[in-house]
Design a protein around this ligand. Sequence first.
Ligand code: AMP
Length: 221
Amino acid sequence: MVIILLGPPGVGKGTQGALLVEAFGWERIATGDLLRSARRDGSELGSKAQSYMDAGNLVPDELIVALVRDHLQKLASDQGVIFDGFPRTLAQAEALDGVLADVGRKVDAVVLLEAPADVLVKRLSGRWSCPQCQEVYNIHFDPPVTEGICDECGARLTQRKDDLPDTVRHRLGVYRDQTRPLVEHYEEASAPVIRIEGDRKLEHVSRAIRRSLVKQLGVGA
Ligand code: AMP
């Protein structure tokens, strides 16, 4: 199975992707996580990506496509894959179609998660995380016991530069203009697009996704 999790920043792709990995044993390829880890490692890719990410802009397609191709090559040819945060442009989608076709695979389904913009802004601008153990909090919905301190390891929490309110609004605009149109690309390619309302409790969202995948693709949980 090759599944794409599509949706605006803050809609919960990361959380839902991790739950799908648990349920189905798929491999999750999350380009945002890979880029942040490249930055932490101080790699060339990380330093090239930094200014784009901090401003809430997309990292150039050629860097992203090379990163994904690299990861895909390491996987067994029948390994289920879930893409989270990729593709984000038509050029990336077309490149992915080509990479998959080379190994006799295709996109099996797109899971489109959506939620109103005001909900997304509140979720993202309230997000703080631990630079040490990567635990994520939300000051509105899921705050740490002591303000600004990680419950798990006691480190001081930090906010991603791209989660500052103005940058969040910019990222939502980038999504609307460059990424949301991919829905038509996949509809034209006859990949089923499964629409899921993301503004609900995470377990309801995850159940809805799993049910749709089982029903539409016959994947076993
Ligand atoms: P995310 O964690 O998925 O919200 O990604 C954080 C940032 O990483 C984005 O705002 C972009 O700057 C960059 N990024 C992640 N995935 C991609 C992608 N597929 N194409 C371009 N830039 C990306």
